[in-house]
Design a protein. Sequence first.
Length: 146
Amino acid sequence: MSDPKKNVYLALAAVGWADGNLDADEADAIAKLALEDGLDLEEVDAVERSIRAPVKIADVDLSNLAAEDRHFVYAVAAWLATLDGELADGENETLDALAAKLGLDAETTHDLEILVRQVAYESGSDRPFDYELGKLRDKAATVAKA
């Protein structure tokens, strides 16, 4: 797995762990995304290992991500942070740190958070196996190009 791609999933795990608990829905969502991203079984296994132990966003190198990937990572992180029905202080702080690390301003993160809710509505659910992550990727890419 390339380092930038691996680091995408580490960043997502860090957001999930921000409240002290990466719950099953969050872990499933990260694993589903890895599978949908075309990773092979060995790479998916590496992702699954990374979601079993806490990761901090400060420890993840996101410097080599393309603009579209940076926007997508933030959008998925915003979605993951609300999967348990609440946005804990630690998750909010981690999202802020992630936005800073990705070089995203407040207007951009706000736009991406709106897209997260829009895709949930269009998907009929925000649950991991209903939510259309491919649609979120496409919409986040349009924000990156704007």
